[in-house]
Design a protein around this ligand. Structure first.
Ligand code: ADP
Ligand code: MG
Length: 263
């Protein structure tokens, strides 16, 4: 909820009290328990004129390697903001985030970009493809950025686009593709560097049933490959795959439950 800025001082005091640094023992504990994502007392505010929106409000979260986590919650709850923080797309105002053994919460953008390239594949609601690049080039671009030689990058891009059923659409620009096809390119791109951690933000929200089903099957395979997955979604087909369901509201985790897999 937006808070008047004149209450800001009090909010800041609260933060000082809550946020503690992380101890060496705690970091060793993470490794022992196979925790790959650790967010501790994380806060993220947006400044909108006279008001401050606290999108993530003192959130602490641990995610284990190979876990498939779904985040549910109403619009405006802070789900997108939380995903951006743990995927290394944005930095918190306060709090600590460890991702794959490194402290990403106070990294500069350049280092964060490297972190993302190595660790996290992000899939967005609106695909976010580069509009001037073909489907194949969108995938190649990520691979080239990671230093893969062009020939190998092209081979991998063709393989990935074939896997998502788009081998005949490789030369198309995003505007020449349907919504479902664009999202499948975006998935191929997210998987290009074979990242251990895959994040998705309402990835089937704008798609037809058939494409949603196709995407579900891709995530079933990713789960079988023991990828660590975190999806903000209301799609029951995706929710059914999750090992764990987190309910988020007003910047806070209000529910965190294990789920037996139905398949
Ligand atoms: P969700 O994904 O659960 O719908 P968001 O993380 O997008 O929630 O948003 C959480 C809150 O932060 C909302 O109140 C939203 O209006 C606000 N918010 C998100 N992004 C920005 C931004 N860039 N500037 C200002 N407010 C923002
Ligand atoms: Mg959102």
């Amino acid at each position: 909820m937006p808070k008047k800025k004149d209450s800001l001082e009090k909010i800041k005091e609260e933060e000082e009290l809550t946020v503690e640094d992380i101890e060496a023992d705690e970091i060793l504990g993470l490794m022992k328990d196979n925790i790959v994502i650790f967010a501790k007392n994380v806060f993220k505010d947006y400044d909108i004129g006279d008001y401050l929106v606290r999108a993530v409000d003192n959130t602490t979260l641990k995610i284990k390697e190979g876990e498939f986590v779904v985040i549910k919650g109403p619009s405006g709850a802070g789900k997108t903001t939380l995903l951006n923080l743990i995927g290394g797309l944005d930095s918190p105002n306060k709090g600590i985030i460890y991702g794959y053994g490194v402290r990403i919460s106070d990294m500069e953008e350049e280092s964060l970009a490297t972190f993302r390239l190595m660790n996290s594949g992000f899939i967005f609601q609106n695909y976010n493809l580069i509009s001037t690049l073909t489907a194949e080039e969108n995938v190649i671009f990520v691979l080239r950025t990671a230093g893969i030689p062009l020939k190998e990058a092209r081979k991998r891009a063709v393989h990935l686009l074939t896997k998502v059923g788009l081998e005949k659409r490789r030369e198309h620009l995003p505007f020449q593709l349907s919504a479902g096809e664009q999202q499948r390119v975006a998935i191929a791109r997210a998987l290009a560097n074979d990242p251990p951690f895959i994040l998705g933000d309402e990835i089937t929200a704008n798609l037809d049933k058939e494409t949603s089903e196709f995407i579900r099957n891709i995530f079933k395979d990713l789960k079988d490959l023991k990828k660590t997955i975190i999806l903000a979604t209301h799609d029951n087909k995706l929710i059914d795959l999750a090992d764990r369901i987190i309910t988020f509201d007003d910047g806070r985790i209000i529910g965190d439950e294990k789920q037996d897999i139905k398949n």
